[in-house]
Structure formats: structure tokens, C-alpha cells
Design a protein around this ligand. Structure first.
Ligand code: EPZ
Length: 439
């Protein structure tokens, strides 16, 4: 297993290219099941979750080829309508095969996703929506077994605006007879990108990005003749914006989904950062000490829960006291004890965390617990004095494409090494100075 070693304290300067969005790539790669044939998807990020999705598609009978950020997927044949336990336990998003397999094959067997580090994460709304379209389910031996003879459109009222729930129902509804309306639908940009992709295959979808999505079902879909380009990752972009703010550098995020970042940009400005936008490039820089700003996580377009941990890292070194309220997941503060190991002062009480800003964080060994928690530890390590080692790097690999390379590209002293390798404290700095000496 690998770890990350960071020597903090340097401002990051320069520009970072943003990759395709993980949370759009996963449903779009799976949605290819709806249209038998060859598909070409571009701007696919190099992530462990993407490889897991492609291997799941392979097990279903759909081979793929990944070259650079282009994926070729052949869904002509579906051999197995199943997402097995060993795949789903590693990546909950595998549950997204439920809707497409039921629509394509009339049956699906999917391991019931268990809880995860950030919460119980039930799928009752997925099943509720698919049942409204005519599917029947039984839960047996930890598996959801679904069947449907004929999908028929319906009005579906979600109790919560679930992202993957909306996506699962949407992907089944496009092949249902008649009209489906999903009320209280999630409005995330990744759902808008999925709807765009479904339309490119011949689906009739309107209202994506609003809380009512309407689908007029069609008998069949066909692969799009034009490769679909996955939208840029707003959470990756937000993470690098915080990296620029926390290190006090001048960082430009290139190829960013600007309009999808309003909530994040607004609080960065309140915290004392200046933000300038040129086309799809966003530049962040600080005009003085960071100010504490409270946030509450909300469904899109509110402040994203996937930026909560990163925001907490920033508030750990801001002037004053701030409160971060996590309103989406019941257990998304696993990063708090690790940030406190770096000298942060964070106390939690239920869904609220109170952060008393400190002037300095000090490097230590910390443990990643989930994807976004690991991002917050990297950000804290970039500003902490001395050396920070982050263990369980595999969490980060699930959602950040070429993070070490991108950070080194803007001056960060960070390396990826095997767990048992010792990196002499200060050696990354010496390397830096040596490089500077020769250049
Ligand atoms: C998606 O997860 C994202 N994952 C998550 O990103 C993200 O945190 C989340 O949406 C919220 O924005 C992908 O898109 C692959 P939800 P999802 O269903 O769809 C409750 C990351 O870091 N709920 O919108 O699983 C649920 O418990 C990941 O990239 C039900 O009660 O989240 C939660 O409290 C982490 N019943 C709330 O809704 C259901 O059937 C929102 O969850 C479904 C959800």
C-alpha cells in the first residue's frame, strides 16, 4: 500500500488542469447498457472507481478499452445481469446498474450496498421509484433481486433528492412506455450530464437540473454517433481552489465548471480570497489572513457535502471560530480527529463541527478514512510545517486523477511512496533546492 508524504508551508502557484467528473463518468459509463453497441466516451478521469466500473461492465459481458481519457465500451451483449458483492462493497455506485439492467434485460441481481464511512446510505428511494415503474424486488442473501415484464411511466415523488436514486430511475424511465415525472429530483450537474448523454442516444428527457425531471419513454436507444465528453469535476476544482487559498498562493484552475461552483466561490470570497474568472479558468489568491465562514451542506445548488471536509481544513487555519453543519450524511466527520492530530482545534456535536482557527498546523502521520476526508488531510498537510504522512492513499485514488503530479506541477513538495519507505524530513525541500540549484 502507498502513502503520501508532504512537506508543507509553500504557497502553490501556477495552473492545474481539471479532469472529468467522477460522479458523471460512473453513471454515464453504466448508462451505455441501455443502447446495445459500441460507445465512445471522452474526458474520462483516471480513477480507481472508473476502473472498478469498467471491470463491473466486463463481468456483465461488456468489454472496454481505456486509452488516455477515452473509453470505448461494447454493450452489444449482456451475459450476466448481476453486480456481485465483491464489486459493490468496494464501490457503492455499482448499484447504478439496477435501472439499466432492468430496462435492458427485465431482470437484475445487485448486492445490497451496505453502509459506508460517511453514513447508512439506504437505497429505499431507488427501489421505490423503480417499483413505481412496474419493477418487483425481493431481498435475499444480501442481494436485491429485481424483475419487470414491462416498464410503464409513472409519477414518482422522492422523499429525499437522492443523486444516484434519481439517476437509477431516470435510466429505467427512458425505456418505459409513456411519461415518467420524477418529483423532488436531485439537481446535481452530473445528472444534467447524464441526461445529455441519454438524449444523445435517442432518449426524451426534459427538466434535468430542476426538481422535476420528465421522461417520455422510447422503445429503444442506440449508441451516439458523437463521442460524449464528460463534464469537468466541480469537486476536484473546488479542492484545488481551497489548495490555493490555504497555501496563500496564486492558483489557476483550468477547464473548471465555473457555473457549478457558485456556492464554493461565494464562501471563498467571504473568507478573504479574490476570485477572477476568465472563460473556464478560475484564479484564486489571498488578500490577507483567512476569515472564518460558516457553511451548511445542501443538495445542489447549495454548498456541496463533497466539499465539507476540504472547507474544514481551510477553516482550521482561518481567523476566528466557524461552524460547519453536515446536513446530508449522518457521519461525515471522520477527518476531524485526523485534522486535530495536525494541530487543528475542531469539536463536533452531532451534525455540527466548531472550528477554532489556529495560526499553525504541524505535520504528523494521519489516516485517510474516505475520499473527501483524504483530500482535507492533503490540504492541511500542504500548509502544516514539517512533514505529514497520509496513510491509506487508496481512498484518494478513488476520486482524484493524478493528484501528486498536479500538485507538484504548482510547486508542492509531495511524493507518493510505499508505506514502508521512510522519507527523510526536509529531503523534499532539499530536492526542491537541488532542482532549483541546477535549473
Ligand atoms: C452521490 O451519492 C455522490 N456519489 C456522493 O459523492 C455525494 O456525496 C452524494 O451524492 C450527495 O451529493 C455519486 O454520485 C457516485 P444521495 P448518493 O443518494 O447518490 C439519503 C463522493 O465523495 N438516501 O444523494 O449515494 C442518504 O442516506 C461521493 O464523490 C436515502 O435516505 O447520495 C443521504 O442522507 C460520496 N434513501 C441523502 O439521501 C435513498 O434511497 C443523499 O444521498 C437514497 C439516499
Amino acid at each position: 500500500m502507498d502513502k503520501l508524504v508532504i512537506e508543507g508551508g509553500l504557497p502553490l502557484n501556477g495552473s492545474v488542469p481539471i479532469s472529468g467528473a467522477k460522479n458523471a463518468a460512473l453513471p454515464i459509463l453504466i448508462a451505455t447498457l441501455l443502447a446495445p453497441g459500441e460507445h465512445v466516451i471522452d474526458n474520462v478521469p483516471g480513477l480507481v472507481d472508473v476502473s472498478s466500473t469498467l471491470s463491473l461492465m466486463g463481468r456483465i459481458g461488456c468489454p472496454s478499452l481505456l486509452s488516455g481519457s477515452r473509453v470505448r465500451l461494447d454493450t452489444t451483449r449482456v451475459a450476466f445481469c448481476e453486480a456481485p458483492y465483491d464489486v459493490v462493497r468496494k464501490m457503492r455506485a455499482s448499484v447504478l446498474v439496477l435501472g439499466p439492467l432492468l430496462a435492458r434485460c427485465g431482470e437484475a441481481r445487485v448486492s445490497l450496498p451496505g453502509g459506508c464511512a460517511i453514513g447508512m446510505r439506504p437505497v429505499d428511494q431507488h427501489l421505490k421509484g423503480l417499483e413505481a415503474l412496474g419493477c418487483t424486488f425481493n431481498l435475499e442473501n444480501g442481494y436485491i433481486n429485481g424483475r419487470v415484464d414491462h416498464l410503464v411511466g409513472a409519477d414518482i415523488h422522492l422523499d429525499v433528492p437522492t443523486v444516484t436514486g434519481t439517476e437509477n430511475i431516470l435510466m429505467a424511465a427512458v425505456l418505459a412506455e409513456g411519461i415518467t415525472r420524477i418529483h423532488n429530483a436531485a439537481r446535481e450537474p452530473e445528472i444534467v450530464d447524464l441526461a445529455r448523454f441519454l438524449r444523445s442516444m435517442g432518449a426524451r428527457v426534459t427538466g434535468e437540473g430542476t426538481d422535476v425531471i420528465e421522461v417520455d419513454g422510447v422503445p429503444a436507444l442506440r449508441p451516439s454517433r458523437i463521442p460524449h465528453r464528460i463534464l469537468p469535476d466541480r469537486i476536484e476544482a473546488g479542492t484545488y481552489l481551497v489548495a490555493g487559498a490555504i497555501t496563500g498562493g496564486r492558483l489557476t484552475i483550468e477547464g473548471a465548471p465555473v457555473e457549478e461552483l457558485n456556492a464554493v466561490l461565494a464562501v471563498l470570497e467571504q473568507a478573504g480570497c479574490s476570485i477572477s474568472v476568465t472563460g473556464d479558468a478560475i484564479t484564486v489568491e489571498r488578500n490577507g489572513p483567512l476569515q472564518s465562514v460558516n457553511v451548511s451542506t445542501e443538495p445542489h445548488p447549495g454548498f456541496p457535502t463533497d466539499m465539507q471536509a476540504q472547507w474544514m481544513a481551510l477553516m482550521a487555519v482561518a481567523n476566528g471560530v466557524s461552524v460547519v453543519e453536515e446536513c446530508i450524511f449522518e457521519n461525515r466527520f471522520m477527518h476531524v480527529p485526523e485534522l486535530n492530530r495536525l494541530g487543528a482545534r475542531v469539536v463536533t456535536d452531532g451534525r455540527c463541527a466548531t472550528i477554532t482557527g489556529v495560526s499553525d498546523l504541524v505535520g504528523a502521520t494521519v489516516m485517510a478514512t474516505d475520499l473527501r476526508a483524504s483530500a482535507s488531510l492533503v490540504l492541511a498537510g500542504l500548509v502544516a510545517s514539517g512533514q505529514t504522512q497520509m496513510l491509506r492513499l487508496y481512498h484518494l485514488d478513488r476520486g482524484y486523477d493524478r493528484l501528486v503530479e498536479k500538485l507538484q506541477g504548482v510547486g508542492a513538495r509531495v511524493v507518493r511512496v510505499a508505506d514502508d519507505v521512510t522519507v527523510e524530513v526536509g529531503s523534499l525541500t532539499q530536492d526542491e533546492e537541488a532542482k532549483r540549484a541546477v535549473s
